[in-house]
Every structure is written in C-alpha cells, then in structure tokens.
Design a protein around this ligand. Structure first.
Ligand code: BES
Ligand code: MN
Ligand code: MN
Length: 456
C-alpha cells in the first residue's frame, strides 16, 4: 500500500541518520553519576525534536533519577491510542580498548552505524520519533492517537518509570504499548517479541577481619572473604547449571506445547550461535533443554563481577577485609522478584561459611512478562511487517529484560507490541555496538505502516 509517510521517510533518510548521530554523541550512561547531566541532555534533545515534529504537550518529567520524556497527539477521534516506549539511557562502554572507533563518535562501517546506544536503544527510539515525524509531515495528522513515554533508567532497573506507571496517571491512558527495544530473530526476518525474562540484581558482601592483613602473618588464622565468597558462589548452581536455591523453580509456568513447537521451527543453528555469537569452546546450561528454552523460558543465575582486594599489576600479599560479588538472576513467568529474592537471601545466609559476615542486598528487580497476542494490534503489526519485509512474522521470546513491559500490563491493563529491529550480533552492552542501517530504515517504515494499520 502506498503511504506518503513512507515516501517522506525515504526522502529524508540521510537527515534522519545524521540526527541520530547527534543523539548518539550524548554519553547518557545512566549508571554513572558523572553522566547525569548527559542523561538530562538526551532527554532535552528528544523533547525538542518531539516538539519540532508536531507532537503536543511535550514535557520533561523530573524524577528522583533521570527524567522521563512525555508527549502526545490525541486528535484521532474514535481511533485507538498507542503508548510509544523506548529508553535514551545506555550502558557503560568498558572495556573501552576493544572499541574499533570511540563509543560516542558514531561511525558508519559496512552498512552499520557503530556507537554505544546505536541499537539499545537510541536508534530505535529515534526510529519511533522519525515514524511520527513522517506521518505528521505527510498527512498533517497521525492515523491514531499517540502518547510517547521515553525513560532514562532502563539499564539500571527503571525505578522511576515504574513508580510513574504504577500511579496510573491519566496521561498514560492507552489501548496498547509500542515497545521498540528488541531484536529480529534473524536478519530479514520480521519478528515480534512476546515474552521477556524478569530479573533480580543483587550484591553479596562478605566481611572477614576488621582490616586488611598481611597474608603471611595472618594466613592460616584469619578468614579470607574471597574464599568464603567462592564457596557461596559454588553452591548457587550445580555443574549442570541447575540453580540450587530451595524452591526457586516452584512457581514457574512452562511454555505451552504450541509455543515450544513454534520455537522448533525457527531458523536456529546452535553451532553457528556457539561460534559467531558466543565464541566459546562449548555451550553450557541445563541438560534436556534447548538453547532457546534455556535462554527464554528457564531462569538463570550469573555473576557479573567480584570487586575488591588487590587487582593491580604485580603482587600484593594481603588478606582483604572485604569481598563483594554482583549476582543476578533472570526470572521467567510465574516467578516473582520478591519471592525469588527472599529465597536467594535466605539460602546465601544459610550456606555462608563460619568466620565471616555475609550481607545480601537487592539492587533492582523487574517482573518477567508474557504479552497477549489475541488483540487487533498484534494483527495490525503482522500486516505491516509482512508488507515491509515480505515475510510472515515469527513470534519469539527474549532472555533479556525490559522491566516496564510487565507494568504496562499490570497497572495499565494494556498489551505491548514489542516491535524491535536489532540483530542478534549487534553487540548490545558490549564493545562495538551497532545498528544495521537497513534495519533502521525498514524499522522506521515498519513503525509508520504499523501505526497506519492500527487505525484500520
Ligand atoms: N533492550 C534490552 C533488553 C533486550 C535485550 C530485549 C535483547 C530483547 C533482546 C534492555 O535494554 C536491557 O538490556 N535490559 C536490561 C534490564 C535490566 C538492567 C533490568 C537487561 O536485560 O539486562
Ligand atoms: Mn534496551
Ligand atoms: Mn540494554
């Protein structure tokens, strides 16, 4: 179907990309306090553009953390209302030496744009803004009512947006959410994500002696907190990847036989995945479950870092007084962060070896989600995607988490259409993050056509 908004997007593609580069130059790393002003600047950049393209009631909503950006356009009487969501914050850039070009100097290379946040999620936020611009420029109106809500704390747990959504403000009254923060299952394959894992992110602190000690004078008598931590960590999972926290798996709702059957027909090559995406000698995890089941529908537990002690060059003979581990668990439908955390904390306290003090802390958490697909918006999305990509849509889950998606369902009672355009090898959260330029272009086109189809 010819769409003048699509024609506008095609004609203006070079400008859209150059504007995206300006957004990518803002180092809006939400977890680092020294970048708080950059997060503010990214929010202002988006608000200014939403205003310029003709969105109304554009507001930067301050929070206890980084601001939310709100806008709306509500003149499509009798038509549904979409809530467009994305995040402008990005992950830190370390290890910085492994970037081929600097993370905040966006660079085009072999059909991709490389920068921190290129695909997660500034490129996709920008695709939404440019879809709205194209529709407004071509038609002087949007086909449906649209609200926009962008956040700057997704990568640190999304606490502020969660509080805002939980308060059910009238300005969020919508019929569905359009979430652009996911990926295609494979290049060229239109994909809707229908499930995300939840998570609890924790810290285990172990204290031994009252101060750091000479390891010769005290080694053999003083407790070593790193050793205690290693003993704790070793008891969290068995050698088959099974989590040993009592009761942890009790409330899980397994995927339906239909969903599992659909996953079997996805074009997934485990060896290719091992070599090109993971790049390890072998894959690990629970026996008896496929890789897709293990990453989409089974909970998991990972250690992210063990800061503390002596880590400089050379050698220092010390028994550190304190050791820390960052440990997270991904949760699946049925599990709740509150219960999983209580089970984890009780178990860690129980297995803590004698002679040290162990403190468990929760840093952030988010619920798992499964979205409903029995709604006209998912139907409209598959029609739009078929037109743009010339293929039937595949429905997948993702092992990652977007905490607010569960809240859209729980608090606003609306389904989410998770239409994202990343690729599995986009290096999100890693060095050399990229966004495929064709996906940026077809992503904008898909979003335009989706909003048009949602009016039908
Ligand atoms: N966009 C990702 C989540 C994602 C990744 C969805 C891959 C689909 C495919 C999101 O920005 C993210 O990284 N979320 C964090 C959330 C956490 C900090 C609460 C995550 O999953 O680690
Ligand atoms: Mn993201
Ligand atoms: Mn992310």
């Amino acid at each position: 179907m010819a769409s003048s908004a699509v024609a506008f997007a095609t004609e203006n593609h070079a400008r859209f990309l150059s504007e995206l580069k300006d957004l990518l130059r803002i180092p809006s790393v939400s977890t680092l306090p020294e970048h708080a002003l950059d997060c503010q600047r990214a929010a202002e950049f988006l608000a200014a553009e939403l205003t310029r393209v003709g969105m109304e009631n554009v507001r930067i909503l301050p929070t206890e953390g980084h601001p939310l950006v709100y806008a709306d356009w509500l003149h499509a009487a009798g038509k549904p209302t979409a809530l467009c969501y994305g995040h402008y914050d990005v992950q830190p850039t370390d290890p910085i030496d492994e970037w081929l070009t600097p993370p905040f100097e966006p660079t085009e290379r072999n059909g991709n744009i490389y920068a921190r946040g290129a695909v997660d999620d500034k490129g996709q936020v920008w695709a939404q803004v440019k879809a709205l611009e194209s529709l407004l420029a071509a038609n002087k109106a949007l086909p449906i009512n649209v609200r926009v809500l962008f956040e700057g704390e997704e990568e640190v747990g999304g606490e502020s947006i969660a509080a805002f959504v939980a308060s059910k403000p009238p300005e969020l009254k919508s019929d569905f959410a359009l979430v652009s923060d996911t990926e295609l299952f494979a290049p060229g394959l239109p994909t809707l994500c229908v499930g995300l894992r939840g998570m609890i992110y924790t810290e285990i602190e172990v204290n031994g002696a009252k101060t750091d000690l000479h390891s010769g004078m005290y080694g053999g008598a003083a407790p070593n907190p790193f050793f205690a931590l290693a003993q704790i960590i070793a008891k969290l999972k068995d050698e088959n990847g099974h989590i040993l926290i009592p009761g942890f798996y009790d409330d899980m709702i397994p995927p339906s036989p239909e969903e599992m059957a659909a996953w079997k027909s996805l074009p997934f090559d485990e060896e290719h995945y091992r070599v090109t995406e993971v790049g390890s000698r072998q894959l690990v995890g629970e026996a008896g479950y496929s890789v897709l089941e293990r990453t989409w529908a089974r909970p998991t537990l990972d250690v992210h870092g063990i800061p503390g002690g002596f880590t400089g060059a050379g050698a220092k003979t010390v028994i550190p007084a304190k050791a820390l581990a960052k440990v997270s668990m991904r949760l699946v439908p049925g599990q709740t962060p509150a219960k999983a955390y209580a089970q984890f904390k009780a178990y860690v306290e129980q297995i803590a070896p004698a002679g040290v003090d162990v403190t468990v802390r929760l840093i952030h958490s988010g619920d798992p989600c499964l979205v409903r697909v029995d709604n006209p918006y998912i139907q409209a999305a598959t029609r739009a995607l078929h037109e743009v990509w010339q293929k039937d849509t595949v429905f997948i889950r993702s092992g990652g988490s977007i905490p607010i998606v569960g809240d859209f369902d729980r608090h606003l009672g609306i389904p989410s259409v998770m239409m994202g355009f990343g690729l599995p090898d986009d290096n999100i959260h890693a060095p050399n993050e990229k966004f495929n330029l064709k996906n940026f272009e077809l992503g904008i086109r898909s979003l335009i056509r989706f909003l048009e189809e949602a009016a039908v």
